[in-house]
Design a protein around this ligand. Structure first.
Ligand SMILES: [Zn+2]
Length: 225
């Protein structure tokens, strides 16, 4: 009979905690961030330091250990907030490009933004934010189709709101955000030039290729709402 009398043992020290999406048990969980100290042990008793390992992330629910890259994935709560913000920003972009004079367009936009999770969003609120956006970017009129659809500032806003979502959404999820923007633009008739430009920026920020964006926009325009 062989007796195991010595070996390397790892002692884990907590160095932080938080909430993450656990890839092991699949949900928002608390985690502890751990660094390990490797010790040479005799009869299970740690003796000598043998350097550090980790850090790792330990799920409070299933106790499984993951690399710290597990923290790169947003929690479900965070992801739904990102989605809500994305739809809101797209709605503002389309309104800034197409104008806020059409009641149908405003109603469609408010319905879509409420559906995305901003329960108390109203037509008037959207209108006000779009006016502030237009004033910020120095365009006297957002209704001039030749104007660059609120220009660079808006494009940056769209990229900031949409790009972080890209790696976490299936193509259908990204397409759905674009199509919600298209529905707002189409509520008062065909796309204007500025609306088309904003929606093309949206498609790009969502990492949809130019052909797919163009195809989706054309399909949306053919489908009676
Ligand atoms: Zn877990």
């Amino acid at each position: 009979m062989k007796l195991r009398i010595c070996g390397i043992r790892t002692v884990w020290d907590p160095v932080g905690d938080g909430e993450f999406f656990c890839p092991g048990c699949g949900g928002d969980r608390n985690y502890r961030r751990l660094t390990g100290r490797r010790r040479f042990a005799v009869l299970g008793v740690p003796m000598l330091r043998r350097g550090t390992v980790g850090p790792v992330v330990e799920c409070a629910a299933c106790r499984e250990h993951f690399g710290t890259d597990a923290l790169d994935h947003p929690t479900t709560t965070r992801l739904s907030a990102m989605l809500r913000d994305a739809v809101h920003t797209v709605a503002l972009g389309v309104l800034a490009a197409g104008g806020t004079t059409s009641r149908t367009v405003l109603e469609t936009a408010a319905t879509i933004v409420r559906g995305a999770g901003f329960d108390d969003c109203t037509e008037d609120q959207l209108c006000t934010v779009v006016e502030v956006l237009a004033a910020d970017t120095g365009h006297g009129s957002a209704f001039d189709p030749a104007a660059e659809a609120c220009g660079a500032a808006l494009a940056i806003e769209l990229h900031e709101a949409l790009e972080p979502l890209g790696p976490h959404l299936a193509p259908a999820g990204r397409e759905s955000i674009l199509l919600q923007g298209a529905r707002i633009a189409l509520a008062d008739g065909p796309y204007g030039q500025a609306e088309r430009e904003v929606l093309t920026t949206v498609g790009g920020a969502l990492q949809l290729c130019a052909q797919d964006t163009a195809r989706l926009l054309a399909e949306a325009a053919r489908t009676p709402s």
